[in-house]
Design a binder for this molecule. Sequence first.
Ligand code: HEC
Ligand code: HEC
Ligand code: HEC
Length: 91
Amino acid sequence: MKKTALTLIALVAFATSAFAAAQESYEYKGGAMGKVAFPHKAHMKLGCAKCHEGAPKKIEINKAVAHDVLCKKCHIELKKGPQGCKDCHKK
Ligand code: HEC
Ligand code: HEC
Ligand code: HEC
């Protein structure tokens, strides 16, 4: 019982420290196509490991990662979230 409580406290402390460093949302420049919003908080329910590979790990967003590894790829696979150019890129 005591052990479970301690584990819980440790987990909550870990989660809070991880959340504290994450912004609620991010915005990328997106070049001539226009800027792209990334509502990080709305994605957290998918599970951190979907994007951060286990322990929350720094992600470098660029065109290749955004289109072919994370954002666009996942939205198309799940048929959820913005999938067309102008659904993501806003001027
Ligand atoms: C859909 C993909 C995705 C999911 C799911 C996700 N993140 Fe992130 N996370 C990102 C991206 C992208 C960034 C911003 C990287 C940047 O541009 O600096 C980020 C940033 C962060 C940061 C800020 C520090 C850093 O590494 O840039 C933390 C901390 C973080 N996420 C933790 C979490 C935790 C904890 C969860 C799960 C509850 C989670 N993330 C779920 C994609 C995701
Ligand atoms: C692992 C899958 C996954 C990844 C990776 C991912 N998304 Fe999403 N995204 C989703 C899902 C699922 C939704 C739909 C959420 C819903 O409808 O509740 C969504 C929704 C969105 C929305 C609409 C949110 C809203 O409130 O309508 C935006 C904008 C978005 N994603 C941008 C991005 C960007 C930018 C990236 C990359 C930095 C990204 N997503 C990476 C799965 C993902
Ligand atoms: C799911 C969201 C999403 C969709 C859909 C999407 N993009 Fe992107 N795109 C991004 C993100 C995020 C970046 C990285 C932006 C950055 O690094 O500033 C990016 C980067 C780019 C860049 C490079 C910008 C630069 O100069 O660095 C171009 C060009 C681009 N996208 C065009 C397109 C076109 C054309 C389409 C449609 C065929 C498209 N994008 C669909 C999210 C998306």
